[in-house]
Design a protein. Structure first.
Length: 197
């Protein structure tokens, strides 16, 4: 038996028996206004992310400019085509050279400017951290007012993997200078795009 197996067996043996339901989550009043799209965009901007502005009715114009300069594009959405097939990736490190990853968020949170991904959206969970730039499609109808409303969504209890991203990776612990992309994506751009049926 490996050390890992021994540790896990010991944890299982000492786990209390019985049914322990999750506590009831209170629903607090939202600290945002009625325009959830605007509130989401403002908070995302504060965290270093941005919402792409459509040009001449084309919501993807700004994104296409970023894609034009990218060598490796991993797309998990039908709306934009990439040249790296995420479904063929066997090991997470195979996405370390991705310049731009394009994924769809399950929902957004207006109060924090966060987006939620599960393993279904990312296909390869590591792509949300190893890509240089992350482009996120978000249906404006899927923006929730606050975190408490988000935790009531079934994705948290029924997904093997769920992660909230709020803007690009950042650190300011080196002499108080804010650095984006130190431990993850250098930029996070949200495109407001309704889901197609």
């Amino acid at each position: 038996m490996s050390a890992r197996d021994a540790i896990l067996a010991e944890i299982r043996r000492n786990r209390p028996s019985g049914d322990f339901p999750m506590p009831v989550l209170p629903l607090f009043a939202a600290l945002v206004g009625d325009d959830l799209v605007a509130e989401f965009g403002e908070r995302l901007k504060r965290m270093g992310g941005r919402v792409a502005e459509p040009r001449a009715g084309d919501v993807f114009a700004e994104v296409r400019e970023r894609l034009d300069g990218a060598k490796v594009i991993a797309s998990a959405v039908p709306e934009l085509t990439g040249n790296r097939d995420l479904r063929s990736v066997r090991y997470p490190q195979e996405v370390e050279d991705v310049d731009v990853a394009v994924v769809r968020a399950v929902f957004g949170i207006a109060e924090t400017g966060s987006v939620l991904f599960t393993e279904d959206q990312l296909i390869v969970n590591a792509v949300a951290y190893l890509a240089q730039h992350l482009v996120v499609l978000l249906d404006p109808a899927d923006i929730l007012p606050n975190v408490q409303a988000a935790y009531r969504r079934r994705e948290f209890g029924h997904s093997a993997y769920a992660v909230l991203h709020t803007g690009p990776s950042a650190t300011a612990d080196i002499e108080g200078v804010l650095i984006h992309g130190a431990q993850g994506v250098r930029s996070l751009t949200v495109v407001m795009q309704p889901k197609t049926a």
